[in-house]
Design a protein around this ligand. Structure first.
Ligand SMILES: Cc1cc2nc3c(=O)[nH]c(=O)nc-3n(C[C@H](O)[C@H](O)[C@H](O)COP(=O)(O)OP(=O)(O)OC[C@H]3O[C@@H](n4cnc5c(N)ncnc54)[C@H](O)[C@@H]3O)c2cc1C
Length: 386
């Protein structure tokens, strides 16, 4: 390992690799990613559902999607590697007036931010899009045709390959064990593959970010939360062209994946922990909700050994924490995506490169997502969390 580097990024998931790509694209080529695992993607990135959407409830989240989704669309043309982007849309369905009012209010914010592909839809529209839905109690919803899915592992790989082409280095099996400081701020890191002298360290360590930030003496309000996904065996009773379809009444949602469907549901009983064991009892819970809305799912087979669990990295207001930590000069964080780290990874790479290299960004009001918002009581709640 080289003994010095301009920027050290801790964590080689989709976020760390996007930051490395944008830094090297902007001409900052002496960048090293330290990844503690033997290969990248073993954190949350490789466990993700790969959903990408602009249907959010805050301006900051919507703007990050408005940058990121076209970026995924053009990914292969610009980076020479597939993103797997499929614009099959996200369809939110409401059965209660309060949910419909909420969707309409979000839609207004999305339009105001410049999104042109979202629409409010009727029950008939919904039944046309997903005819297998039990629609009797559905009162409407929203749909955005440019929302959809990507292949997170492929996106991470594309970012990494281009970053390496442009000068970055990736060191695997390199767990960061100390962040060194002197009177000027960050002075280096120690890892299980040796030490590096640097004046700039970026914590992109996903659900483990609070532990990593602690090495710099910083408290980050980022907590791990188990999230489980259940694929069906090959299943063709629902079209593979269907959108990500969300029943707002229960939170059950699914999208087509391979020859079957990938089903998700956020169990409100789940408590913060690093547990990533898949709980087989979850299958009955999720299928109960799924069959309630899509009776045809009764015919879907599920092999529990193909289901998996991973970690969301949650913040109190469900927005990421991005930017410099003023208490430790040269220490930056990009974490706490609360379920949105894949879809917001392109925007995050650009925002972080802007903040590191220029001290400001045009994409969003970066102050909204800074670390100080927690101490100063400036939280901006993102409520559209799945
Ligand atoms: C089941 C599930 C479904 C999801 N669905 C979606 C979705 O549909 N859409 C979406 O946008 N997001 C989704 N997410 C969230 C998304 O996967 C994450 O927000 C995103 O992957 C975060 O990327 P990351 O690079 O920050 O973290 P990670 O991919 O976790 O990468 C962090 C890396 O840091 C490394 N690391 C940690 N500590 C150290 C250390 N001390 N030294 C060196 N390296 C270290 C880890 O090994 C890891 O590789 C989902 C997550 C899960 C679990």
């Amino acid at each position: 390992m080289n003994p010095t580097s301009d920027v050290v990024i801790i964590g080689g998931g989709i976020v760390g690799s996007s930051i490395a790509y944008q830094l090297t694209t902007a001409g900052c080529r002496d960048v090293v990613i330290l990844e503690r695992e033997s290969h990248q993607g073993k954190g949350s990135t490789g466990k993700s559902m790969g959903g990408v959407r602009a249907q959010f409830s805050t301006d900051a989240s919507i703007r990050m999607s408005l940058f990121s989704i076209p970026f995924f669309r053009d990914f292969e043309a610009n980076l020479g590697h597939p993103s797997g982007y499929r614009s099959q849309g996200y369809l939110f369905m409401a059965t209660e007036a309060r949910h419909m009012n909420y969707l309409r209010a979000n839609y207004e914010k999305q339009v105001a931010a410049g999104l042109t592909t979202a629409q409010v839809v009727s029950t008939d529209d919904i039944v046309r899009m997903v005819p297998q839905v039990r629609g009797a109690d559905i009162i409407g919803g929203t749909f955005c045709s440019t929302d959809g899915f990507v292949d997170p592992y492929s996106v991470m790989t594309g970012f990494t390959l281009r970053a390496v082409d442009q000068g970055a280095r990736v060191v695997r099996d390199a767990e960061v064990t100390a962040i060194l400081r002197d009177e000027r701020g960050v002075s280096g890191v120690e890892s299980t593959q040796g030490a590096i002298t640097t004046r700039t360290v970026v914590c992109a360590s996903g659900a483990w970010s609070a532990q990593v930030a602690k090495l710099a003496g910083i408290d980050l309000p980022v907590e791990p939360l188990r999230r489980m996904l259940v694929p069906t065996e090959p299943f063709d009773k629902i079209s593979h062209a269907a959108p990500m379809t969300i029943d707002m009444t229960t939170g059950f949602h699914f999208r087509p994946e391979g020859l079957g469907l990938l089903m998700a549901w956020n169990d409100p009983e789940e408590k913060s922990s690093f547990n990533t064991t898949f709980d087989r009892a979850f299958i009955e819970k999720i299928l109960t909700r799924g069959v309630h809305r899509f009776p045809v799912l009764e015919e879907a087979a599920v092999n529990p050994s193909r289901a998996w669990a991973g970690l969301y990295e949650m913040t109190p207001d469900h927005h990421p924490i991005l930017g410099a930590i003023p208490q430790v000069a040269g220490f930056y964080v990009a974490t706490g995506f609360s379920g949105h780290g894949v879809m917001h990874s392109p925007a995050t790479g650009k925002i972080m490169a802007d903040l590191i290299l220029k001290g400001s960004t045009d994409m969003i009001d970066a102050k909204l997502l800074d670390h100080a918002r927690f101490a100063e009581g400036r939280l901006i709640e993102e409520t559209a969390v799945l």
